[in-house]
Design a protein around this ligand. Sequence first.
Ligand SMILES: [Fe+2]
Length: 478
Amino acid sequence: MASADDPIGPVLILDEIRGDRMHLAALAIGRAAPDPLDAPDGPAPFEHLASFGEITVWRARFAVPAEAPSSYRFAGSTYEIAGALGGDLRFAYVSCNGEEHADLSRAPAERNVMWRRLGEDHAEAPFALLLHGGDQVYADEVTQDHPLSAGWPVDLPDAPSEAALDELAAHLRAGFAHRYAALYAQPAFAWLAARVPSLMQWDDHDICDGWGSLPPEAAESAVGRAIFAAAREAALVFQHACRDGDLPGRFDAPAGDHLGWSVAGPGFRLVAPDLRSQRSLTRVMGATGWSFVERMAEETEPRHCFLMSSVPLLGPRLSLVERAMRRVPGIQKYEDDLRDQWQSRAHRAAWVRMLRLVDRMAARSGADVTALSGEIHLATRAEMPLGGGRVLHQLVASGIAHRPPPQFWARLLGALAALGEAPIPERPIRILPLPGQRGRYAAERNALTLTRADGVWSASWSLEHSGPTPPLSLTTGA
Ligand SMILES: [Fe+2]
């Protein structure tokens, strides 16, 4: 693992696309500010973004052409950026970059197999953007080793003092930063991250397991608030290359009360609601989170919309499993996991609202909508008919580093999926095998590639053992 002395980076983050420019941020981690980055428009100086104990993060903002390839120089090396967003292009989509326990002690050769393959893929035909759909970091263990949070989320201290909470905050900040730095230092990740601008939206493990679906006694406790504050600051710095007060233009709420964002390019847009900041046992998003997606549904330009829903928008009848589980004592953890899903009985009304919104989005824009999700450590896909003969495609790719659950779980989910589900009458959801696969759920590590060729979008999964799947067309009438 890298020590605090080894500089880490650059990691490119896409701030926004404005006019014919991609506005980027380059993150670097190291004791001293790196020399200015050599950008197409001239030198871009690094400024201090944040410090977490020994870890100091620097950021340079610069712009490159959106519709042509470009390059920049950093610390004596030249890095090519694919750009060319106006024509044929490829995006990569990944999720679940880690595991709950001892992720940082895994052998890098095993842990990063899929990252290396994605790098080889990029070397053959470059990706214009790298989309990260949640669980960019598994931070669960940062609550360990501190007396106030060691029992999280079950055993919580009574009325901790301000001084003790300050100490906890410092412990958590350092823990989050250490994990991000360790991940960003992994060579297979770093190689891609320096060449392909990333866009990220968080899920629960970027905060802690089940965040948003935990009992209010835990989530709203002083320790719960400290965990969320540390996770949020670290996500702003490491996932979005910003801090409070300077969120880039892609974010809907400049003050960051939710972290939903959207990016529009030629013929496509990416919409990433924040399903964590405002989540509780009884709601998926708050008023501002919903108003953001409602406005996204009013767009009238015919651009293919990729809706990044960290948890799958289309899925099987998990409410049945949830009901059965209520009768079994001692499996609260799994109940939390199910409560996290759109399909939970508690979120049924929100789920239907979101699905109707997607239908309106496709109708208003006259373009296709594709949902991209991670979370389940399996690869699968689903379809739901929309109005006007369109189909909502749900593509699930998870995880890039998280190993899959046992085969029997994949088969159980497959059997459950056969029961069917139709939250909107006459709009049955079908869970389907990936192209070329027999089972509905592929229990292999995986990543997803989205390709636009001659204006037609398609998707292909890269499966750890089975290899790349044949393409699945995402464009109606193509
Ligand atoms: Fe995950």
